[in-house]
Design a protein around this ligand. Structure first.
Ligand code: COS
Length: 383
């Protein structure tokens, strides 16, 4: 196993770290006050190419593999999550299905615009009655002249507010469902019969919104089908395998910043006439966070490295997502504790980060679903 990054990725990682520390982090209170990300910051991220990190070079991206992307994400995710929402989806669940299953025409049509940040993407699988049980989605795709009619609702869709292009999974054969009965489509925002019905506010910080999509006799042409008719569930599962590595990378990035903040605070905060870092009670919290973060990062590097060699890593991606998302929850909790009363105050980023990481144990498959996937693989003999 060799996780050595090429020199240019090491440089990009270092440049990303500088960007996060010197440009994005200083803007965070502005983001929280306005409840929105400054246009200027998004434009800078686009200009620097961050929307196209995983998109192949022939389509205008950087064409980096998962190990390189996740290594960059470890830095980017240290900034307010609002900055990385769009670009995380652009490099992940918003484009991976198109990259893996799209035909040449579809790729030419959309990938360069996704890579430049000109269009924003979203992935629409979850529904009001089917989140974890993805094979039970109800949004229907019925054959009609020259295409399909979509009917149904999608819920909790990241980027719904501003996405231009949606990867939508629908069922065309209710008997077969996840085994040959689904279709994946590329649906543009302005398609008649398709609308974003409502925006859902969350316990996360303000720019964190999800949306509900409604399809009513929405006609989509045959050319919008991604991959083969019938393999929509496979498209979704493949997309999520990679998406789960990305969630793990984000969790590790956030955890690293929380740990650094906790170390810094504990060295500066005085109690009983000395820095609180002198107390073993504090030291043990820092040590536990550092140890768990180290373990999560090593799991991630290994899974990415195996993925990039062409191995199927469904089980490992679930393990990384499960462990890292739960790890960052514990690290955030300890960070609040180390910061004491100030950790509970809106004034410090740690309070926001504590709320923002909660969703990592839910989206792209809950912790319980990850355990199911891992156990099924084990029982199949993949130990
Ligand atoms: N890659 C490719 N194919 C896959 C796959 C993967 N990672 N996982 C499953 N499949 C295939 C299976 O091989 C199976 O086909 P065969 O029997 O022909 O081999 C088919 O898909 C059905 O799989 P399975 O029987 O495992 O489906 P289930 O309905 O039992 O559920 C889980 C599968 C629980 C894994 C799935 O519903 C899931 O991931 N749920 C969570 C969804 C999620 O993350 N939602 C969050 C919102 S999206 S941001």
């Amino acid at each position: 196993m060799d996780y050595t990054l090429p020199e240019e990725i090491v440089e990009m990682k270092s440049a990303t770290r500088d960007l996060v520390r010197n440009y994005l982090i200083p803007m965070e209170s502005q983001v929280d006050k306005a409840g929105a990300v400054p246009e200027e910051a998004m434009n800078r991220l686009k200009e620097l190419g961050y929307y196209g990190i995983t998109i192949p070079e022939e389509y205008g991206g950087m064409g980096l593999n998962q190990l390189a992307y996740c290594s960059i994400m470890l830095e980017l995710a240290q900034a307010h999550q609002a900055f990385t929402h769009e670009l995380g989806v652009a490099n992940g669940i918003g484009s991976r299905a198109l990259m893996a299953f799209g035909n040449e025409k579809q790729k030419q049509q959309y990938l360069p615009r996704i890579a430049s940040g000109e269009i924003v993407t979203a992935f629409a699988l979850s529904e009001p009655q089917a989140g974890s049980d993805a094979a039970n989605i109800q949004t229907s795709a019925v054959r009609t002249q020259g295409g399909w009619l979509l009917n149904g609702n999608k819920l909790f869709i990241t980027n719904a507010l501003n996405a231009d292009l949606f990867t939508v999974i629908a069922v065309n054969d209710r008997e077969k469902k996840g085994r040959g009965g689904m279709v994946a489509f590329l649906v543009e925002r302005n398609t008649p019969g398709f609308q974003v019905a409502q925006i859902l506010e969350t316990m996360g910080s303000k720019p964190y919104v999800y949306g509900e999509l409604v399809f009513e006799d929405c006609f989509v042409a045959d050319e919008t089908v991604l991959g083969q008719v019938g393999e929509g569930f496979r498209v979704a599962m493949h997309t999520l395998d990679e998406g789960r590595l990305h969630v793990a990378a984000s969790a590790c990035g956030v955890a690293r910043r929380l740990l650094e903040m906790s170390v810094e605070w504990s060295k500066n905060r005085q109690a009983f006439g000395r820095p609180i870092a002198d107390n073993q009670g504090i030291q043990w919290m820092l040590s536990d966070s550092a140890t768990e973060l180290y373990a999560a990062e090593q799991m991630l590097f290994n899974a990415c490295w195996r993925h990039d060699r062409g191995e199927r890593v469904s089980k490992e991606a679930s393990m990384c997502k499960l462990f890292a998302s739960e790890m960052v929850g514990r690290v955030a909790d300890r960070a609040v504790q180390v910061h004491g009363g100030m950790g509970y105050m809106r004034e410090l980023a740690v309070e926001r980060m504590y709320r923002d990481v909660r969703v990592m144990r839910i989206y792209e498959g809950t912790s319980e679903i990850q355990r199911i996937i891992i156990a099924r693989e084990l029982l199949k003999g993949n130990i």
